[in-house]
Structure formats: C-alpha cells, structure tokens
Design a protein around this ligand. Structure first.
Ligand code: ZN
Length: 433
C-alpha cells in the first residue's frame, strides 16, 4: 500500500476498509464486521480529490481491513498556551496553580513567541490528521490589541485548506458587568468571525450575567463556548444555570460547554436532572480527559483517587451531545500531549470505561464534534466531499486503541501527506534554552 507515491492524477479505489458505518454517506458498504461494529466499505477517490462510489478507471488498492476514519476535529484547544511548560514548570496543586503559572508567563507572549508555538501546534495537529480546530485565546484586552488574536488571524489565513481554524475569546464571565466594554469586545469578536467565550468559576454564574451574555451573543450573532464547572465541588452548578438561561432567553446560536466536571461528583438525581436540561437545551458538552486527569484531585504528595471527567456515559445515554477534545498541550494545565485526537480518544476510552461500545463512541465523537463546531462537512466520509481521511495500521478496535499510530496515512483531498519530520522545530532562544 504505497499511497504516498500517489500524486492525485489517478483515481483510486480503496477496497476493504473498515469504517464506522454511521460516518459513511454514499459510499459502497459491502458488509458488517460484527466483531468490531465497523462496516466493510470500498472507498473511491476521484481525480478531483473527492470521495466517490464509482470505481470506473480507478487503480485498486486493497486495504485488507484497515480502519479508516475521517480527519479529526479538535474542538477545544489553547494554542496561545501550547508548549509554555518549559518556562512555567508544572503546578504543585490544581487548576488555580496552573492559572497562576500561565498568567505569570503571559508577558512572554509576544507575537513572535505566539507564532512559533502556534505554528508548531498546527504542524503537529495537521500531521496527526486534524483538519479543523477550535482554539480558545485568553482575551484580557480587546482583540484588536491582543498579540494572540493577531497571531491567530495570520495563521488562519496561512493554514486555510489544511486546518480550518476557529477562535474563542476566553474571558471571565464577570466581564459582562461592564456593558459598554463587553459590547465592544463582542463587536470585535464578530468582526473576526470569532466565538464568545466565558470562563465560569464556582460562584461566578448568576442568572442575570448569563441572560446578559446570551442577549449580547444574540445581538452580535455569536456562538458561545464556556469553560464551566472545572471542579470536583458538587455544588458547582454553572451548567445548570446555563441551561436555565437558554430556556429563558431562547438563544438560537450554538453553545458548547467544556469540562462540566462537577456533573460527575454531584448526587445522581441532581446530575440526571441537569443532564436532561442539557439535552433539551441542545448544549454540546466537550469532555477534556487529559487536563481533568492532571488537574482534578491534584494535591502535593498525594495519589489522586477521583478522575475528574464529567458524566460522559450518562450524557450520551440521555441523548445529549458529548465528545472529547485535547484542551491543553505541554503547558501548566497539562504538561504532555501532541495534538493527537487518537491519543485523546484512547485516554477517554480508558478513563470513562467506554469499552463496551468503542465503535459507537467513535461515531459520536466525529458527529457531535462537527455539530458542536458547526462544521457540517467534517467528521464523515461522504461521496462528493473532499477525500480527507486517516488510514490506520489497525484491523480491529483493540489494535486501534493499543498501538502507537505514528505510521498512519493522512489523506487530504485524496493525496497522502508526506511523513511528518521526526525532528521537531526548535523553539527560539533564549526562552526555551
Ligand atoms: Zn480549556
């Protein structure tokens, strides 16, 4: 199988792929592998770089049952913080220590520093098979005065066609209290096709603040993306208040809620009531397993006993939209990671015990991630759409979840990406010396 030699000038017919059937549209499904829950499918790639079900004139390549996935959507990352752990070190305690370390490093975030780190992040995400990515950007000043937003604007243009980028203005919810300032922020976010973000610490959310936020988002046509209830404190009820505000305001945009850890620690009756509201309100929950594992129940010299992840199984069982994303990579919120959604998904399977339905969770991951980000073209293998896919050296879900997939083949518009360089670019001295 030498797809890397392919230059796009000939049509291909990739026979005997295993794919999550729910993610296939208009391609030739030949049978079902009940052992894996995946469908055996032939995947055609036309010379214009789109998927097709027509094998006429195509060169046949037997994938011999290898698993093929759509390219990934990473719906929640922090490009502005990526890789700063080399300067900050790791926190002794949990979230607040990480916030403090990150804040102390922020004066180093010049445009050149941001571009170097964000570029490396995008290179890794792209090589790993991510085709769309939503990043939060700390926005303590107006976007027009923010080096992070300037770097983002530049990179979004440079990476167009490789990684589709969305940005969320991450601000504490209480900024809404200064109405004039908040209106100008919303105007600038809309001008940049951005998303309104809010960080909600326990006790910060009030009905009035949330109603005002959704009113402002509606006025400026913004989707909303929260960091909420990132705590094991079962009293944290930010998600509850968000859902109530959505019912009151009738806000029509998309809403994503990241973390929601307290759902996993509160009494089951409260949890199930809030999950039912989340489902009714159409809020997309994004669980962030690596940063939750790292920051929740983190105490000096103590073994953590609680996992911190939200109630993902209960959310999905209730019909709510839930998926996973990277969150932090090599920063004080999580000091490891490589912008690899396969690693994130593997962690999620183990942490949340998704083992009984890995195939179903894969389909939910792509489907819910695409809907949460409003990226209808992503997350599936559809005839007539760009032939973006990842071919993995795995023939069943055990291999998929076990092996290191450094040798994956990433197809973009039907052409295999060249192998990613093994040597990473150096960071500029002296900060990273
Ligand atoms: Zn985050």
């Amino acid at each position: 199988m030498n797809l890397r030699a392919q230059d796009g000038s000939e049509a291909l017919w990739l026979e005997n792929a295993r794919v999550p059937e729910a993610l296939v549209q208009g391609l030739s499904v030949r049978g079902h592998d009940h052992r894996t829950g995946l469908a055996i499918t032939d995947i055609g790639i036309a010379t214009d770089g789109t998927f097709t079900s027509d094998p006429t004139g195509a060169r046949r390549i037997d994938l011999a049952g290898r698993i093929v996935l759509p390219t990934f959507i990473d719906s929640h990352v922090h490009l502005d913080k990526a890789y700063i752990v080399r300067r900050t070190g790791i926190p002794a305690g949990g979230l607040l220590d990480a916030v403090r370390l990150s804040g102390a490093d922020a004066p180093n975030w010049t445009i050149d520093d941001l571009l170097a780190r964000m570029e490396r992040a995008l290179s890794r995400a792209h090589a790993n098979g991510t085709s769309a990515l939503r990043t939060h950007l700390d926005t303590p000043v107006l976007p027009s005065e923010s080096p992070a937003w300037h770097a983002f604007d530049r990179l979004r243009t440079q990476w167009r066609g490789r990684v589709e980028m969305q940005a969320v203005a991450l601000m504490a919810l209480e900024r809404i209290d200064d109405a004039a300032d908040y209106a100008e922020r919303c105007r600038q976010i809309a001008e940049r096709r951005g998303i309104l973000g809010a960080f909600i610490a326990p006790g910060m959310a009030t009905p009035e603040r949330l109603d005002n936020l959704f009113e402002a988002a509606g006025r400026y046509g913004l989707d909303v993306d929260f960091h909420v209830d990132e705590t094991l404190n079962p009293e944290a009820r930010g998600l509850d208040l968000i859902c109530e505000s959505l019912e009151r305001t009738g806000f029509a945009g998309r809403v994503m809620a990241g973390h929601c850890c307290s759902l996993g620690t509160m009494p089951p009756a409260d949890r199930d009531r809030i999950i039912a509201m989340t489902q009714r309100a159409g809020v997309h929950v994004v669980a962030l397993p690596t940063s939750n594992l790292f920051l929740q129940d983190r105490q000096p010299l103590a073994t953590p006993l609680r996992r911190g992840i939200t109630a993902v199984r209960e959310l999905r069982a209730a019909g709510a939209s839930v998926h996973f994303a990277s969150d932090n990579v090599q920063d004080p919120f999580f000091p490891y990671g490589d912008f690899d959604m396969l690693d994130i998904f593997r962690t999620a399977v183990q942490v949340a015990h998704l083992d009984d339905d890995v195939g179903g969770w894969i389909a939910a991951q792509f489907d819910n991630g695409a809907r949460a980000c409003g990226l209808a073209d992503h997350g599936r293998l559809s005839a007539g759409h760009p032939a973006d896919a990842i071919i993995l050296e795995a023939r069943d879900l055990y291999d998929l979840m076990s092996r290191h997939h450094g040798a994956r083949v990433v197809l973009r518009r039907g052409i295999a990406l060249p192998p990613a360089p093994t040597a990473l670019p150096a960071f500029p001295a002296p900060e990273f010396a």
